[in-house]
Design a protein around this ligand. Structure first.
Ligand SMILES: [Zn+2]
Length: 86
């Protein structure tokens, strides 16, 4: 059911094996897992954009409150998923 896509050259943070980490979709969520160990965690695609948002928030404290609600919603999803999808 899952479409696995291996990340070339990616190092598993858990078992340190190269080219064993793949990305798959769980609903709308992107997950990262390893086929050698049981490493499995949400793949945060927005990682690169976070620094920009932080800068924006500092500059405009008023607008910063709206993105915050966004982040809370995302974190809630992340908290549910790690419980395990079999
Ligand atoms: Zn691994």
């Amino acid at each position: 059911m899952h479409k696995k896509r291996y990340i070339a050259g990616a190092l598993c943070p858990q078992c340190q094996q190269r080219d064993k980490v793949y990305v798959y979709l769980e609903g709308d969520e992107k997950w990262r897992a390893c086929n050698r160990c049981d490493f499995n965690e949400p793949f945060d695609q927005t990682d690169n954009r976070k620094p920009e948002e932080l800068v924006t928030r500092v500059n405009q404290s008023r607008l910063g409150e709206k993105p915050l609600a966004h982040e809370v919603a995302v974190e809630t999803v992340k908290l549910i998923d790690p419980n395990k999808q079999t």
